[in-house]
Ligand binder design. Structure first.
Ligand code: IFM
Length: 804
């Protein structure tokens, strides 16, 4: 079943049925002011922090309420409805609506009883407040009087948890007053006698507002209970039913902002207005509202600015292939998803409440990879930040606090860090993600100066980027398990694998092997012969160890427990086949061709399903070893044999590196949101963003996906598709092109910005092969092989690539 479609030209997903199987949301704003809005207007907003800067309230896990509600009431008939289908929820045979989620804006259209409404929600570029721009049109043939009421539910406390659970405190610090065109909410208003800079218990008065521009306020309410009325809900607020609000604020209990205006519309006439909300001093709020006096013009300009900013970001890499699902994901939705994970990390969604007070090291370093080809400067700033969160012993801080202060941080070796973050120890993989990320950044940009840039370590000391990477190698070398492979420590990529300081992780060993290959490139650039030799020796030893210890006939095992037991061998009753060691054996370059073929074939046979490959099989139930935390999850769920979507990205890449274009693309399609647009009732998650996992075949809900938007899947699948399927493989000195595609693709095109040049690449495949290069022309000149040295690139470069 489908609930909407992709509008390629406008880069919008258009929801044509509002009764979606889950809230389907969009992100608005920036870290200064973030907002999430669902297709039924549910959602919340916050300044700077989802946990500590919460402005508009949302109740998690509770039917998508409250939200940015606009109620419309026909004052003759007294019938009322909302500009989004919910909360009033009129009968869908009479109420028609569309929700257009675009790049950082959401537009909702509704038609009911001859009235057409269109509301556009957005946060203006560079601003820290939100706009709900409403246009109401009378499509009937009689004059209509309509009461329009906007409703914003303020939190009483900016801290999300305090607002929800500490009611004996949070309900007694809040009050609202009316200021002509706005409801002003004051928190700690009793402290208004404090002088500038003075505080009591770190607290001072601060303000939020909900205002109306473009029309006159006819009645208002600042008290949630008075607006809703006892035993009423968001679907039938007393204030809306009555057609006039109570004109009272709150003093204690719960604030809200509700503003009504009454408009009369001749047949065919339209009126436009804007509701505005934010956390601002009252004089600033007044100025903001005044700015929207001509809201029609102001909002149109602002929306145009937003669209050109975001479409401009996406324009750096665009493709045209025979697959509409692939194109929409790579050109718009996966790319936009990558920006959202890059910006919001795991801090704000309908699943993440924002309470994790920092960036996960691996997550963030992985997220960066998804935007390197689109916004390398943005990527660079975050790479610097993450390098500054590397401890001087080379390990990554498992959680990098939002208040991160390079050079002065505690580490997992300090009790204070453990107490504050809840992370008791280093994880084996964190710093190893730096290798592909930093390498991709330099290869994309040719910014070699970055290798010598000096960046502080998290706790003390500083070093060049090259030195940081060397220390990451040292960290793994200094944390080896009983066989001499990297220890599993508190976790590897899989948070549910506690292998400890004596246990060993094949995944980390493969990452480490790959890290050495990458660092050799840096060492060659630095002409650091001694270090090249060191890496060669160590890599050879490690390679031998992995081959001797981890290859098990037709698969790589997952690792060793603290006691030396093998995890993931063929004969294990549970979890005898794991996905990640197979894909990473290929990505790392360690697997021989035979091993790669066998291991990937086993993945296909044992793990693949119609929704992607499961993480391992069979699920843990009765035979989990001590560190196999996955057993706490229901079988077929998350790390316990769920289809972990991020791992699909590595699988796509591995198949593509082997030249298996058919399979690579098949894995893409199986788990691609856009490819499941017709099966929305099964997937349930938005068909335009990735989720963390899909329930595996061991679950009765096989195919249902979860944890929308903020997942490493976005960046990893993007890399799998761009580097793998499309074969864009920059290195330090140029661009290698090595597509791996379905045989039936006859041709595809890529438009790519690269090192100050614009590349227009046409790949032709008349012989219908999956991979390979027959001929390569750059600006008409034939080059040998599939490699374009940087010096061949011109401002506008025409590239013709013949696969067959
Ligand atoms: O790798 C982790 C990630 O850091 C958080 N979510 C789960 C993944 C797999 O365990």
């Amino acid at each position: 079943m489908r609930y909407g479609y992709f509008d390629e030209e406008k880069k919008e997903y258009v929801i044509t049925r509002p009764d979606t199987p889950a809230p389907w949301v969009n992100y608005l704003g920036s870290p200064e002011y973030g907002a999430i809005v669902s297709n039924n207007a549910g959602g919340y907003s916050f300044a700077k922090s989802g946990a500590n800067g919460r402005i508009l309230r949302y109740i998690f896990n509770q039917f998508d309420q409250p939200g940015r509600y606009i109620y419309l009431r026909d004052n003759d008939t007294k019938d009322y409805w909302s500009a989004s289908w919910q909360p009033v929820g009129k009968d869908l045979s009479e109420y028609k609506s569309e929700c257009h989620h675009g790049t950082a804006y959401t537009k909702m259209m509704a038609d009911y009883s001859g009235i057409h409404s269109e509301v556009r929600y957005y946060v203006p570029l560079g601003q820290s407040y939100e706009v709900w721009n409403l246009k109401v049109t009378n499509c009937s043939d009689r004059k209509r009087e309509i009461s329009v009421t906007g409703y914003a539910e303020f939190t009483n406390n900016s801290n999300y948890e305090q607002d929800q659970v500490n009611l004996q405190y949070s309900q007694y610090i809040t009050r609202t007053v009316f200021c002509g065109d706005r409801v002003r909410q004051m928190i700690h208003a009793n402290l208004d006698g404090l002088k500038d800079g003075e505080e009591v218990d770190n607290k001072n008065v601060f303000n939020r507002f909900f205002g109306l521009a473009g029309e006159k306020v006819s009645s208002w309410c600042g008290d949630r209970e008075k607006f809703l009325g006892r035993y009423h809900g968001y679907n039938n607020p007393s204030g809306v039913e009555a057609g006039v609000l109570c004109n009272e604020g709150n003093y204690n209990e719960n604030s809200c902002g509700a503003l009504s205006t009454v408009i009369t519309l001749e047949p065919g006439e339209s009126r436009e207005m804007a509701f505005l909300a934010g956390m601002k001093e009252d004089n600033e709020a007044a100025e903001i509202i005044a700015h929207y006096a001509d809201c029609e013009k102001t909002c149109a300009v602002e929306l145009e600015e937003l669209i050109s900013y975001w479409h401009g970001q996406l324009a750096h890499f665009q493709i045209r292939t025979p697959s509409p699902e692939f194109d929409t994901m790579i050109n718009t939705w996966n790319a936009y998803n990558c920006f959202m994970t890059f910006i919001w990390s795991r801090a704000a969604s309908f699943t993440y409440c924002g309470l994790r007070n920092g960036y996960g090291y691996r997550d963030t370093v992985q997220d960066i990879q998804g935007v390197i080809h689109l916004a390398p400067q943005m990527a660079l700033d975050k790479i610097r930040f993450m390098l500054s969160a590397q401890v001087d012993n080379g390990g990554g801080l498992p959680l990098v606090k939002f208040t991160h202060n390079p050079g002065h941080e505690d580490t997992p070796d300090d009790a204070s860090y453990v107490q504050e973050t809840g992370h008791p120890a280093y994880r084996a993989d964190d710093a190893l993600w730096l290798f592909p990320t930093v390498y991709k950044y330099i290869s994309e940009t040719g910014n070699f100066a970055f290798i010598d840039e000096v960046i502080p370590f998290a706790n003390k000391d500083e070093g060049t980027v090259y030195e940081h990477l060397k220390r990451a190698i040292d960290f793994s070398m200094n944390h080896l398990g009983r066989h001499g492979m990297p220890a599993g420590l508190y976790a590897d990529w899989n948070d549910c694998l506690r292998l400890g300081k004596d246990g060993e992780s094949t995944f980390v060993a493969l990452q480490f092997y790959y890290a050495m290959t990458i660092l050799k490139e840096f060492a060659k650039y630095k002409k650091d012969e001694k270090y090249i030799k060191y890496l060669e020796e160590k890599q050879e030893q490690l390679g031998k160890l992995i081959q001797e210890l981890c290859w098990n006939e037709d698969r790589f095992i997952r690792g060793f427990t603290e006691r030396g037991e093998v995890i993931g061998k063929r004969t294990d009753p549970e979890a005898n086949m794991w996905l990640n060691p197979q894909s990473w054996a290929v990505i790392s370059g360690l697997a021989t061709e035979r091993q790669a073929d066998l291991a990937l074939q086993m993945v296909y046979e044992r793990l693949n399903t119609e929704y992607g490959a499961i993480l391992m099989d069979p699920p843990y139930h009765a035979n989990a070893f001590d560190g196999a935390l996955a057993v706490i999850y229901n079988a077929g769920t998350k790390e316990n044999a769920g289809i972990f979507s991020q791992s699909q990205g590595w699988l796509i890449l591995a198949e593509a590196l082997c030249g298996h274009g058919e399979r690579a693309f098949n894995y893409f399609l199986e788990n691609a949101p856009a490819a499941q647009n017709d099966r929305a009732e099964i997937r349930q998650l938005e068909p335009y963003c990735y989720g963390q996992f899909t329930e595996g075949k061991a679950s009765p809900n096989f195919g249902r996906s979860h944890v929308h938007w903020l997942t490493g899947t976005a960046s990893t699948v993007m890399v799998g598709c761009v580097e793998g399927i499309l074969g864009m493989r920059p290195d330090f000195y140029g661009l290698r092109i090595a597509p791996s595609i379905p045989k039936e693709w006859e041709k595809f095109e890529i438009s790519k910005d690269f090192r100050g040049c614009h590349l227009h690449i046409t790949v032709k495949n008349p012989g219908h092969v999956e991979a390979g290069c027959k001929k390569l022309y750059v600006n008409g000149e034939e080059l040998p092989g599939n490699y374009i040295p940087q010096e061949k690139l011109t401002g506008e470069t025409e590239i013709e690539f013949y696969m067959s």
